[in-house]
Each structure stands twice: as structure tokens, then as C-alpha cells.
Design a protein. Sequence first.
Length: 117
Amino acid sequence: MTKAKKRRVAFESVYVPKEQRYWVDIGNDRPYDWDIVLLSKTDEVEGFDGKMKTIKEGEYIYLFTDIGDGEFCFVEGIVIKNPYADIPVCKWCCEIVGEIEYDKDYEARFAAGDRVI
């Protein structure tokens, strides 16, 4: 097991709808660290709309996981190189910033305030 070197950044949550997020498997792709999720085998990630987006190290990215029945979990963070030598199939990971949220909680949190993108 490899422990990833942590990079902490200032965090200010802004509203980003699911349609502008990219897919990740938050539930199954955090092999060692709760705040590092495996992201992609290549330089691309798939958007909610199915379109591919090229990513690069250091980019801030907004992600979603479909948990079924029309519900989603959201997370965001920084694209980092895969820190796990024992998982060479993955090229990129995301260092999670903030908390994992259910979409209904996320929407409620932003319901009363401005939605900044």
C-alpha cells in the first residue's frame, strides 16, 4: 500500500450542475486514501453528456457518480498523477477537496444563495 503525498488548497465551494461535471466511481475507486479517487487511464474523462474532456495535472475538476434512481454524489478536486505504483493502469487521480455530497444536499445548500460557476 502506498500513501499519497497530500496537497492542501484553499477551498471555496461554487455551484456546478451535474451536466457540467465528469464521471468518476467515488464508491469503488478510492483504494487507500479517502481523499484520492482514481480518475482516468488516459488524458480524457467522460462528461455527464458523454463527451470527452482532456485533463491535465493541477486542473480543478468537478465530478459526479450516478448512484441510481436518478440520484448522484458530487465531489471536486485537483487532478494529480497516480500516486499508487501498485495500480499502474490508472494515469490520473483526483485529490478530493471538500466533502462528498449527495445531489439533493448539494442543491439545497445552494438554493438560497447565488450559484457561481
